[in-house]
Design a protein around this ligand. Structure first.
Ligand SMILES: *Cc1c(COP(=O)(O)O)cnc(C)c1O
Length: 363
């Protein structure tokens, strides 16, 4: 079976973990600080705040930006549930804007149409490893004095016009094992703003700057030195990992060109897409149903995934909360997308097998 995702753990990661275990400091300590500094340098921002998941990064960012009951936050319904749940945790209300069919990312025009006097922030998501239209979103945010919390959980090292994902206002990253780099569980908040970063550090650790003195309500969302040691080793390899993902994606797009009813990914002008996922669309013209394509791939030993099969506004829990809006592009994409294995362990031989299998289904 060619798996849809596979974390790459080498001797460096193992040695890093063992050294931390031997040091005696196994919770947050010097390795977390070292990882934060290295990650901030990598993204090109002043501050990075390590937390224990991507979900925690979003929660910390929203709390530190002061979001709460009565506020609205505009985001995409075509993302992992954590993006919208983080808004709910604060008591604010998610407001969904539809996506663009070419990039799967939030449509700045639809964002504009959703702004009210209660809107306080926008959460664009860099879906599949391609940065959202950050220029348009930052312009809208500055016109309306909104915070921008970029969900870059799938976009470590992606950039647009040379500016890295996570370096615009606030960035949130996940280091879950399936992501482009991992710390096992883990996350990071990035920002250029010192006072925001101070608050984010307090939210992470019970509202405390000095141990046992508490200035605000916070949580325990800290990363451990064990995770940070894995992250430091992975950060040294992320560019090589991403290069291999891009090579694999390029190969896929060459081999899948010209198949009727199959749409390969679009990379926007100026974008460095880091292909967290390589996602094609199977439209009606392909002749075989998307779910049947997935079954046939499975029988040929090829893993694949649907990210995501049900947009958030249609999830049962959100319907119970009263969401009854419709976002036709997100809804259609949820029925058409298939992600194919693109991670660094996938070889050109694997891609030949996968693309030949798909081509064989098309007629
Ligand atoms: C993975 C992911 C998250 C959540 O990260 P966790 O580390 O699993 O909590 C949030 N948003 C997006 C877009 C993700 O892909």
């Amino acid at each position: 079976m060619i798996p849809i995702a596979k974390p790459l753990i080498g001797q460096e990661e193992i040695d890093g973990v063992v050294n931390v275990m031997r040091s005696g400091v196994i919770a947050e300590g010097p390795k977390v600080k070292e990882f934060e500094e290295a990650f901030a340098r990598y993204i090109g921002v002043e501050h990075a705040i390590a937390v224990n998941s991507g979900t925690a990064a979003l929660l910390v960012a929203l709390q530190a930006k002061g979001l709460g009951p009565g506020d609205e936050v505009i985001t995409t319904p075509f993302t992992f549930i954590a993006t919208a749940n983080a808004i709910l945790y604060t008591g604010a209300r998610p407001v969904f804007a539809d996506i663009r069919e070419d990039t799967f990312n939030i449509d700045p025009e639809d964002v504009k149409s959703k702004i009210t006097d209660r809107t306080k922030a926008i959460i664009p998501v860099d879906l599949y490893g391609q940065t959202a239209d950050m220029k348009a979103i930052m312009d809208i945010a500055s016109d309306h004095c909104l915070a921008v919390i970029e969900d870059a959980c799938q976009a470590h090292g992606a950039s647009i016009d040379g500016k890295k994902a996570g370096s615009f206002d606030v960035g949130c990253f996940s280091f879950y094992p399936t992501k482009n780099m991992t710390t096992s569980e883990g996350g990071m908040v990035t920002s250029a703003d010192s006072s925001f970063s101070d608050r984010a550090r307090m939210v992470r650790s019970h509202g405390s700057r000095i141990r046992y003195f508490h200035e605000m309500l916070g949580f325990n969302l800290r990363m451990t030195d064990i995770s940070a040691a894995i992250g430091l080793a992975q950060l040294r390899k992320i560019d090589a990992y991403n290069d291999k993902r891009v090579e694999n994606a390029t190969r896929y797009s060459e081999k899948l060109a010209g198949i009727r009813g199959l749409v390969t990914p679009t990379v926007g002008r100026g974008n460095k897409h880091v292909f967290h996922q390589y996602t094609i669309r199977i439209t009606d013209a392909f002749g075989i149903d998307r779910d049947e394509v997935i079954r046939r791939l499975g029988s040929a030993g090829i893993g694949s995934g649907i990210y995501y099969p049900l947009p958030i506004h249609l999830q049962q829990y959100y319907k119970q909360l009263g969401f009854n809006d419709s976002h036709p592009i997100a809804e259609r994409m949820a029925k058409e997308v298939i992600s194919l294995p693109v991670h660094p362990s996938v070889t050109f031989e694997d891609i030949n097998l996968i693309t030949d299998t798909i081509r064989g289904l098309s007629h």
